[in-house]
Design a binder for this molecule. Sequence first.
Ligand code: AMP
Ligand code: MG
Length: 397
Amino acid sequence: MIPLKTAISIVDEKIGGRRVPTEKIPVREAVGRILAADQFSKVDLPPFDKSAMDGYAVLEGDQHSRLRIEGVVTAGDPGTDKLLPGTTVKVMTGAPVPPGTARVVIVEEAVEEDGHVRFENPSPASNICKKAEDVAVGDRILKAGVRLGALEISNLISCGIGDIDVARPVSVAVISTGDELVDSFSNLSRGKIMNSNGPMLQELARKFSMTVTSEVSVTDEPSKLTAVIQQALREADMVVLSGGVSAGDFDFVPQAIEEAGLQIHFSRVAIKPGKPVTFATNENGILFGLPGNPVSVFLTFHLFVLHAAARLSGASYEPKTFNIRLANDYTRRSGERMVYVPCRITSDGFAEPVIYHGSAHLAALMQAEGFLIIPIGVRSMTSGAEVPLVMFGSRFG
Ligand code: AMP
Ligand code: MG
């Protein structure tokens, strides 16, 4: 059994310089994709000194208490020349202010009368957004390796960027193993269970913008397993399999992985749940054998599969963890493994484990907002102790 850190560094080492190819696509179509090159702004933001409010432009140094209104500048207008002392223009939010404008007095602090305006206790605020105060031409707006969401897309667009280089989505083939699995409720009979891992893995992969080339289930027969793994290796960048990697009599997956021409690099990691997680590669192929229990699948997908997918796309993957206080005392019998405890966050900011019967208890995860991480060697913690929490889960990612 190896520590998680060691396992992750083995994944990094074995994936090494393997990368999916890049492609150029319009920014608008790039949501979820990984940026392949740094991006630099083509414009200043704001592009000119602009009014932050509806109001009246006041020339620097102008001491007049009444100003003659020379016109109105709305957002989209090119703007006016410099003001003369004693004059103003009415400027709308987003409009360019005349050169030399010191501030904009907002309409709420002004009274208009016969073509003039006077101010009543105006605040000293400038109410001007200065040219390039947010972003200057040539500023790096995003670094290669970033995953693009709505904010990144809108920032790129506001900086005048049209087409970008991104990584081609990582493709995965999903395999569920087990004689007990059925894919339809009408086939459910005593001894059988619904295959929930396949759909979970497919949807998690899609959520993180991977493409799923196939999602199949296969019985615990070594030759069938080998054939299915070989087919999966041909069609996808990465094979994600669940079940059959523990020490049971029908756990033929390790043997099938090797018969499919892969080399296993680890098959026991000191985490709970998820201990039998298995990692194998050959020259072109990458395979994760996740344990069969659904909570283990969910956790090890986030710990390993996302890590590998990020690496293949040239992104970094550092799941956000932060310290939070325990709501209750925590004890366990053995400190051999790092434990991930599904928990929710109380309204007063404590981490409270959800009711959880073990790694088969998929329903428990719907109550959880993250996992507390109990380090190796720690067997008890008292309420109020600070513990790292990692926010894996469909309700917050
Ligand atoms: P295994 O790792 O194959 O020994 O499976 C461990 C447990 O997970 C067993 O109770 C299996 O029935 C269950 N399991 C395995 N694969 C799936 C699946 N695709 N969907 C739901 N449960 C599964
Ligand atoms: Mg099985």
